[in-house]
Ligand binder design. Structure first.
Ligand code: GDP
Length: 369
């Protein structure tokens, strides 16, 4: 491309070098676009033709600008989170950015949690956890974007709380925000021309506006990258192996003091002492759990990570960060959370240690279930 070309959908400068950046258009598509006088970047092309939204990489600076704009708008904020990775999907400082705007919190991927779990109890728990982060949602909802569960209810809640205002949908990457918006588009319109893309002023970020009934719009914002998420430390294949796709089956272990569980080679749980025995593991059903003595666990890991203990595979172990240890004592029934991977529910009084790849957070929270 000799001269600067721009997408007629979003205005991004057309480029053919980096798939993840704004304006990406394969060379062949640029040629075709110029011939037909309809030059769209790949993202807008997909949006027009398949009603599909793709994510792009963005800088922190742009995010700050974006969040600040949301704060100064008069709007309903819909914060999509992954209910399976609650802590990993909170946006740090969101409560400060939203200003006086109401926040509707949507726990997506509800299909992953055991069906036996009472939804009303889970909503109370979400509210409590949000409050701990300083966020006071006006309401909470539970959806499954892939199973098309409770999307209608969500749209009703949005109508109820937006009171004639615009709606901004925000979320960190991988919570299912795109899937959810695509479902909403399908239910509301199905007509590609009703969707417009434009720029957040002063940033390189583009937004997608889905018209609502009254000249207002539902505005999709780019996914915010949360570095603590396990997703940033595993290869695509390994990530698929540890990301649950189906309803999680609880796995119960009666552990003695000083016993260890390995979750593949991605994480480790030490039961140090105390509490009533019995822990419940919530992880992808196919992720292998291996029990051993804590005393010899580190040696065992050295020897078997990438082999008997996998994922990651032997090849991937080369780039895989070392496991870092965090110790906790539970003062109530709690979940020891490995951000993005899952959690282990332990009883009051139990002393435990969680090990996760360096950079991935391990934390203790009030038990969800
Ligand atoms: P985004 O980065 O927030 O836009 O997330 P995506 O929409 O790209 O989804 C990330 C991953 O989560 C994909 O593998 C989706 O298939 C999956 N996903 C999205 N919604 C759901 C859901 O409701 N349930 C389950 N189990 N998976 C979901």
């Amino acid at each position: 491309v000799d001269e600067d070309l721009f997408c007629i959908g979003c205005g991004s400068k057309i480029q053919s070098e980096n798939v993840d950046e704004l304006g990406y258009t394969p060379k062949s598509a640029v040629k075709k676009g110029l011939e037909t006088n309809e030059l769209y970047c790949q993202r807008c092309f997909r949006l027009r033709h398949y009603n599909e939204i793709a994510d792009v990489k963005l800088t922190d600076d742009d995010f700050l600008k974006l969040l600040n704009q949301i704060g100064s708008a008069d709007a309903l904020i819909v914060n999509v989170i992954d209910i399976f990775d609650f802590n990993g999907s909170l946006i740090p400082g969101l409560h400060r950015f939203v200003g006086d705007n109401p926040v509707l919190m949507v726990g997506n991927k509800a299909d992953l949690l055991p069906k036996s779990l009472r939804r009303s109890k889970l909503k109370d728990w979400m509210r409590q956890q949000a409050n701990l982060q300083g966020l006071r949602p006006i309401d909470v909802a539970l959806t499954s974007a892939t199973k098309n569960f409770a999307i209608d209810e969500l749209l009703e809640l949005i109508e109820k709380y937006r009171e004639g205002r615009d709606v901004y949908v925000v979320g960190v990457t991988n919570v299912g925000k795109s899937t959810l918006i695509n479902q909403i588009i399908k239910q509301r319109t199905g007509v590609q021309d009703l969707i417009t893309t434009s720029r957040f002023p002063g940033t390189t970020l583009d937004k997608i506006e889905i018209p609502l009934d009254d000249d207002r719009a539902l505005i999709d914002t780019p996914g915010i990258i949360h570095q603590d998420q396990m997703a940033h430390y595993l290869s695509g294949k390994a990530l698929r192996l540890v990301s649950p796709q189906k309803e999680i089956k609880q796995r119960v272990y009666q552990l003695n003091d000083n016993q260890t569980l390995f979750f593949g080679a991605v994480a480790r749980f030490d039961y140090i002492s105390g509490g009533t025995p019995g822990v419940v593991v919530y992880l992808d059903n196919d992720l292998m759990i291996h029990r051993t003595k804590t005393e010899s666990a580190s040696e065992f890991y050295e020897k078997h990570a990438g082999g008997l203990l996998n994922p990651p595979t032997d090849d991937e172990m080369v780039d895989f960060p070392e496991l870092v240890r965090f110790e906790f004592k539970a003062t109530q029934k709690s979940d020891l959370v490995f951000a993005g991977l899952g959690w282990v529910t332990i009883n009051e009084g139990a002393k435990v240690a969680g090990w996760a790849p360096k950079g991935v957070s391990v934390l203790l929270r009030k038990a969800m279930i």
